[in-house]
Design a protein around this ligand. Structure first.
Ligand SMILES: Nc1ncnc2c1ncn2[C@@H]1O[C@H](COP(=O)(O)OP(=O)(O)O)[C@@H](O)[C@H]1O
Ligand SMILES: [Mg+2]
Length: 148
């Protein structure tokens, strides 16, 4: 049977670790490898931190700054993770996804977030509209032990 979860949380830095832990706990029944687990946690962290740092950095009403995490998995091991914010959005998604591109170079950003998400998953799709928000969809095929 397929399994699915969805949650919404405040765009606060402490919730980056929370979201990462939730995604990891969600995939546990599929018995992921340590490597898969690390990749999932890192990819979720990158997407959530982007929503907090970039999506909502200049958001007028911080109480309304919310992030949605949705995970679904099929018995075959197809995992889909969605991270969505209603923040400022991205003007040029293609440019934003280029390695080393960052609009926050002055801070400690490497511009490698999307590159990490891309390399740690099998498919990365980014939908964004200026003023409306950003949705990151990551698909990863887990090596499921047959018979489970
Ligand atoms: N959720 C988001 N909302 C608005 N802008 C974003 C979001 N995610 C990414 N961006 C934009 O894409 C750029 C690249 O993101 P990323 O590869 O993670 O690098 P970094 O976070 O180090 O800047 C960011 O600098 C930012 O301009
Ligand atoms: Mg980033």
């Amino acid at each position: 049977m397929d399994n699915r979860m969805s949650m919404e949380f405040s765009a606060l830095p402490e919730n980056e670790a929370f979201a990462r832990a939730v995604a990891a706990a969600f995939v546990m029944p599929l018995d992921p490898t340590v490597e898969e687990l690390t990749e999932i946690k890192t990819a979720v962290s990158e997407a959530v931190s982007n929503s907090i740092i970039h999506g909502y950095s200049v958001f007028p009403d911080k109480d309304e700054a919310k992030i949605r995490l949705e995970c679904s998995v099929s018995t075959s091991g197809k995992l889909v993770i969605v991270v969505e914010d209603k923040g400022v959005g991205i003007e040029d998604v293609e440019k934003a996804m280029e390695p080393m591109f960052s609009t926050a170079k002055d801070e400690e950003r490497s511009g490698m977030g999307f590159t990490v998400m891309e390399s740690f998953t099998d498919r990365l799709a980014v939908r964004s509209e200026t003023g409306k928000g950003t949705t990151v969809i990551m698909t990863k095929y887990l090596d499921v032990v047959s018979g489970i």
